[in-house]
Structures are given as structure tokens and as C-alpha cells.
Ligand binder design. Structure first.
Ligand SMILES: O=C(O)CCC(=O)C(=O)O
Ligand SMILES: [Fe+2]
Length: 310
């Protein structure tokens, strides 16, 4: 598959009762997208535009604060995965020289918000809450699409989404790609080629574009923004669980060629959905010989440890 398909979720999110046929047909569409290119545009996803817009607007207000103010919320991964990461602090690919990106992460139950921007935390948390019913439906659809007997297989292993006492590395992240000045060192990118680490990722993007997704044939396909949709993509742990049926798709955000786009910041908001820390992940189907058992926490921690530079 050389393009990112649109999956209409109205059968799940509409006001009618969801029939078995609705679940199966939606699950089949998700299967086609995620087993093909590994990304899908979700239409009629059920999350209000107002909540999304507010999260983008208050993120922008935070990221436009002076550097010394943002630094007060600087992330210290020896303590927690919450907080602000400045440009160059996180490298998603071992071959990267510099990734010009800022982010603020909310993870786990010990969350803190930057004092200097009081609307920021609540606006982001409102979008995270509003995304949870969608995540639950998607986890169900994935189990149905893999013909698992227990359609709540992934839901019951991701209890941390709704229970703050259960630890998980699910992370709600807001991202800001600042405007690019005249002098950037060679090799600088906005976000280097990588796969996500968890089960699935929801990705809200503004209208700037720049995200690229690697197709099965190895071609970089632009994930051009489609208003009203959000992107869904696979992560490493879903690849392991599905025995390779849902490969974790490589993606990146390059620096735009056009001067006007280089001058304009880009924003995105990402929900990385992870299983609970203690969950053991091994293939339930597909090619089981290729994947060793890992625990959710071990896998993500090892990836996170190799991506932060201080
Ligand atoms: O900003 C984007 O569009 C992509 C971000 C991303 O892939 C990530 O943070 O893992
Ligand atoms: Fe990513």
C-alpha cells in the first residue's frame, strides 16, 4: 500500500447502537490500513474540534514563553517522564545529529504542569480524556481484526489508561517545531526516522504538513493534513503482539523546502498508547518465531533511554 487510507469511524461513534456487523466491517478497514502502510486517517472520530483547538492554542502559548521560563518544567528522566524537552534533547534515531523540536509530555500518575501557563495542563488533559473512548474502541477493533477470542484482550492489558494506580508508559505529548533560521547545521531534521514504541499512536497535526510515512516498498509518503481527521499508527508492541501482521511503521518530519514553511512553526499532539508496565508481550498470531517476549516497560524504557541526550 503506497497511500494512507481514510477510515470512517461513524459506525462506532454515531448515535446508533453498534451492531456486530459494524464492529466487523470497521475492524476490517483498520486491518487493511494497519497491515498495509501502518497509518490511517480517522474520520468521524468523535472528538470535538473545540477541545482539539484549545489544546493546540494553549500549547502554542506555552511554547512561545521564554526559554528560561519553559526550562523550569524541564524533564528529568531519572525522576519522571513528565515535562518539557528542549530542541536537540531527544534524538529519535541513533544517526541523528540534531532534531529541532520541543515537546511537553504527560505520563504516569505524578503529573505536573508549567505554572507560567495555567490553561495548558487542563487543556491537554481534556483532550487526553476525550481521546480515551476512541482508544478503547480502537483497541477492541484491533482484537476483532486479529480474530482474537477475547475482544477486550488489549483493553484489559491497558488498564493504566483509566486507572491512575496502574503504571504504564502511555504518554500524552504536545510538540512544537520552531521556525527554522538561516543557519542550521547539515543533517538537522524536525523529527528523525523512527517507529513508536507502544501499541498504537493517535496523532493530531496542524495544517503545515511535513510528516512522512514509509510505505512497504520503502517510499516516503507524505501524510498531508486532512481537516477533521486524526492519524492512527502502529507501534513496536503491536508489531510484536501481531507477529508482524501490523508492522510498526517508520515515520519522520523533515524540514520543509519552501521558505514560507520553514519560517512557520509546526505543531502536533500525540497520544502514545502503551500496555500496563508489567504486561508480557509475545505474538498472539502471525510469525511467532521472529519475536521474543518482552515486557511493555522493558521495551519502552530501553527505547526511551537511548533517545535522550543531556
Ligand atoms: O509531529 C509529528 O507529526 C510526528 C511526531 C512523532 O512521530 C512522534 O513524536 O513520535
Ligand atoms: Fe512517532
Amino acid at each position: 500500500m503506497e497511500y494512507i487510507p481514510v477510515v470512517d469511524l461513524s459506525k462506532l461513534t454515531g448515535s446508533n447502537k453498534i451492531s456486530e456487523a459494524d464492529w466487523v466491517s470497521t475492524a476490517e478497514e483498520i486491518y487493511r490500513a494497519l497491515s498495509g502502510i501502518g497509518f490511517a486517517y480517522l474520520l468521524n472520530h468523535g472528538i470535538s474540534k473545540e477541545i482539539i483547538d484549545k489544546a493546540f492554542f494553549s500549547s502554542r502559548k506555552f511554547f512561545e514563553l521564554p526559554e528560561n521560563v519553559k526550562d523550569k518544567s524541564l524533564k528529568d528522566i531519572s525522576k519522571s517522564y513528565n515535562g518539557y524537552a528542549k530542541p536537540g534533547q531527544e534524538l529519535l534515531n541513533a544517526g541523528s545529529t540534531f532534531e529541532i523540536r520541543e515537546s511537553y509530555d504527560f505520563c504516569g500518575n505524578l503529573r505536573y504542569y508549567p505554572e507560567a501557563c495555567d490553561e495548558f495542563g487542563p487543556a491537554l488533559m481534556a483532550l487526553e480524556e476525550a481521546s480515551k473512548p476512541l482508544v478503547k474502541d480502537l483497541l477492541r477493533a484491533l482484537a476483532i481484526s486479529l480474530t482474537l477470542d477475547d475482544r477486550d484482550y488489549f483493553v484489559t492489558r491497558s488498564k493504566g489508561l483509566n486507572d491512575i494506580n496502574i503504571e504504564s508508559l502511555s504518554t500524552f505529548r504536545t510538540l512544537y517545531y520552531p521556525s527554522i533560521g538561516d543557519t542550521i547545521s547539515p543533517g538537522t531534521v524536525r523529527c528523525a526516522d523512527h517507529t513508536d514504541y507502544g501499541i498504537l499512536t493517535l496523532l493530531f497535526q496542524d495544517d503545515m504538513g511535513g510528516l512522512e510515512v514509509k510505505s512497504v516498498s520503502g517510499k516516503w509518503v507524505p501524510a498531508n493534513p486532512i481537516p477533521g481527521t486524526i492519524l492512527l499508527n502502529t507501534g513496536d508492541l503491536l508489531e510484536f503482539w501481531s507477529g508482524g501482521k501490523f508492522p510498526a511503521t517508520h515515520h519522520q518530519v523533515m524540514i520543509p523546502e519552501a521558505e514560507i514553511k520553514r519560517r512557520t512553526p509546526r505543531q502536533s499532539i500525540v497520544y502514545f498508547v502503551h500496555p500496563d508496565d508489567h504486561v508480557c508481550v509475545s505474538p498472539l498470531t502471525g510469525n511467532s518465531a521472529e519475536y521474543a517476549t518482552v515486557t511493555a516497560k522493558e521495551h519502552a524504557k530501553q527505547k526511551l533511554a537511548s533517545s535522550y541526550k543531556y
